[in-house]
Each structure stands twice: as structure tokens, then as C-alpha cells.
Design a protein. Structure first.
Length: 169
């Protein structure tokens, strides 16, 4: 999979995330699911799993987001209209647009695209899709992180994982 990003920082971040992706067979191994005995162990397990499977959880979020976009035809239309208008504006950036004798800057043109596609996004239920994706992702991630027994998979004592550092985004 090839990514072409203009920012070197973004390229480095994507490369780091891609390298930290854990195997999906290990992520989905149902033999590793086990209920914890106490709440303190549960909180430690959740934190360790989120640190260990961070990229996999991000992939789950992206999958759910793409699923919602693909299964909503009106949202697809709204996104294609918005992206198409932005593309047209970007290729016509050398010739200014005049409306009622006034020249519109690129910022104004992009704002008009946003204002114009907002009703279409509203009708498509983009707001509810955002909250559905956040809620479903949170549910799936917390469920997996609380049930997946990371200690059995890594065959290591609990003390080694107390200093997991999660990258800030």
C-alpha cells in the first residue's frame, strides 16, 4: 500500500502507525478472550491493550467510517459534489471568479462550497453518522480491550507493561 503525503511529518506518522500494526489473527483470536477477576486488573488490561493494539483500533475506526460512507448513497453524493467542486476550484485557482462584479478569493470560493453542500450533508445524516461511528468504535474498542487477555498472548508478567507510552496525535 503506497501513501503519498506532502508533509514529511505525516509520512513519518503513517509509516510508524503502519509498522506498529499487530497481526489481525492475533487481534481476532477468540481463544485469548477472558473476563478479568477484579476491576483494577480490568483497567490495567484496557490500558495495556489500547497501547498494544492502538493501530488496529484506529483501523477498526476507519473501517466503520468507510462502511458508513459507502452504505449511505446520499452522503456519497454530497461528498463527491463537495470534493468535485473543491477540485474544480483548485485547478481554476489562477483565474479569479467574479460574482456581481466582485472578485471572490479562494477562501470565499471554498466557503461557498461548504455552505452549498451543508444542506446535502444535513439531509444525508452526516451528523448522526459521525456519532454512530464514534459510539460503535468506542463500544467495539472497549469491549475488545476489556476482554482480550494480553498477558497470555505476550507471556510476560504484568509489571513489564506499566510504562507503555501512547503517542500523542
Amino acid at each position: 500500500m503506497q501513501f503519498t503525503l506532502s508533509s514529511p511529518g505525516a509520512q513519518e506518522w503513517v509509516a510508524t502507525r503502519w509498522q506498529n500494526m499487530r497481526p489481525w489473527m492475533a487481534f481476532c483470536n477468540t481463544n485469548s478472550f477472558q473476563v478479568t477477576a477484579t476491576v483494577p486488573k480490568l483497567s490495567k488490561r484496557v490500558l495495556r491493550n489500547i497501547g498494544y493494539f492502538q493501530t488496529n483500533y484506529m483501523a477498526v475506526f476507519i473501517f466503520l467510517l468507510v462502511y458508513c460512507i459507502v452504505t449511505s448513497p446520499l452522503l456519497l453524493v454530497a461528498m463527491f459534489v463537495s470534493l468535485g467542486a473543491c477540485y474544480i476550484i483548485s485547478i481554476r485557482s489562477d483565474s479569479p471568479l467574479r460574482v456581481l462584479g466582485k472578485e471572490l478569493t479562494l477562501t470565499h470560493q471554498y466557503a461557498l462550497v461548504g455552505i452549498g453542500t451543508f444542506p446535502l450533508l444535513w439531509l444525508a445524516g452526516a451528523g448522526s453518522i459521525v456519532f454512530w461511528v464514534l459510539g460503535a468504535s468506542l463500544f467495539v474498542i472497549v469491549l475488545h480491550a476489556s476482554l482480550f487477555n494480553i498477558e497470555a498472548v505476550l507471556d510476560a508478567p504484568e509489571e513489564e507493561f506499566t510504562a507503555i507510552v501512547v503517542d500523542d496525535v
